[in-house]
Ligand binder design. Sequence first.
Ligand SMILES: [Zn+2]
Length: 570
Amino acid sequence: MDDDVKKEIRKFALQNAVEYDGKTNAKIVLAKILGSRSELRNNVKEVAEECSIIVTNVNAISLSEQKSEIKTSFPELLTYTKKSVEERHGLPPLEGAVQGEVVTRFPPEPNGYPHIGHAKAAIINEEYAKMYCGKTILRIDDTNPENERLEFYAAIKVGLEWLGIKYHKIKNTSDDLEIIYQKGKEIISSNKAYVCTCKRDIIGKNRREMKSCKCSQLDQNKNEDRWQKLFDEYSPGQAIVRFRGDMKSQNTVMRDPFLFRIIEGHHPLLEEKYRVWPSYDFAVAIEDSLDDVTHAFRSKEYELRNEIYYAILDALNMRKPKVLEFSRLEFKGMPVSKRVIKPLIENGKISWYDDPRLPTLEALKKRGITPEAIRKFIISLSFTKADTLAPFDALESFNRKEVDSKSIRLYQVKNPRKLLIKNLPFTEVEMSNHPTTDMGKRVVEVDGNIYLSADDTKNIAIGSQLRLMGLGNVKINRVGNDFEGEFIGDDVNVDFPKIQWVSQKNSHNLKILIPKQLFIDEKFNEDSLEELEVFTEPHYLGLKDGAEIQFVRFGYCRKDSANQAIYTHK
Ligand SMILES: [Zn+2]
């Protein structure tokens, strides 16, 4: 075999190994080489043997040896990855990022359905990991049993799968609870935290007045005793662990924040096994450090918490990831907060968390927004610092580009008016499903009895001439409630009004839901869901649920069921 070919096989093997923790696989490498050099397909057996030898060889050397071999023998792999990524993604370079070393994570709490804000965090983390050939972790941040439910673990995974997000590792913060306790014990023993048994309102008052409480004076032996009592003696609310911060700090977060508290709730995975739960600040810092995260993203509202994040890791002598902020993503008039959405569901104002007026992933999907559009939209926003509300139509314009070439064109009419066309010289017409993409054709049976939209008949008078798209030209002879006309040929070079139509005899009755802005000026918009009854072509029924359609001269819609479609956008 050619040395050239062997070299290329080695290149693919190294590239793949570095992407996957230093291990590659002969089948993958074989597929790549055959894809790149089609002439080798006549000789698969020999190529496969060579792949297997080279793969064994590559797997036998360490990840760092693989990386350095790429640097010396195949430097084009590094520049190629960098360049293609910049062109494709447009996220700014990541401070302090080293190719192949970046680890990011997405840590959602399983306390609700995932929405556009989660999508932003997940996509930014994944994109950066890809950009630097690094890794990304999905870590379900489940240390507050009062808020968390099993269905949300699943909903998060389903939502992320729909977005096409891939992780190198999936874990739960609660998997590591014992380790987090060890760190808790350690921070108490090093006297950098203490157990406070003051009442809740006293703690609040002291924090406002920048005063320490008497518990903070106790020595470390006493604190170690009290730490043990959290697990078997104190009742919920009787004691918390507090970080020894700075009660005089201008950053209120630093005024001895709590690190552990007692919650006797039912945890979705661990049930009643544990009662002492870490604070967000403590759990996220420990986990990020232990998970080898290099770049920890979170939204800007956490900015004041960075100081405590670093202080906790310093106190425990643990490695510190770099914390970076991005702005929250919300759409104007589309709240993401459960506090706002839940009462609307309870009052029957909206149906459920997948109501197409909401920015949950389920709702966006139902409405016909594609994951590809969401990704491009989020990358286009990148790191705009301002916390402004994004207009929904910005996402729509990305979506339009995604769906246009895949949407079958169909006709629909609303407020139907009857038109009888005399002397129609045929009984069926063939129409293209798409003007430019090859999506096939459909045959529509016609007998001269058709429907037009009332809007399109307003200006019709006797003698009016119309171009009925795909059918032909018609001259109107009688007007009134119903119309009558005659077929006058199929010349397309006419400047008659061009309108869509539906054949009466096989028309299909369809409801179209049109979602509008849910809140206007902070008030629930009672007209936020319009329902439109239309007639469409029978071909609608042949489409799969979830198919995107462009109703000509109306807009894009997603088929929800045989009798209902949801308006996506213009
Ligand atoms: Zn106290």
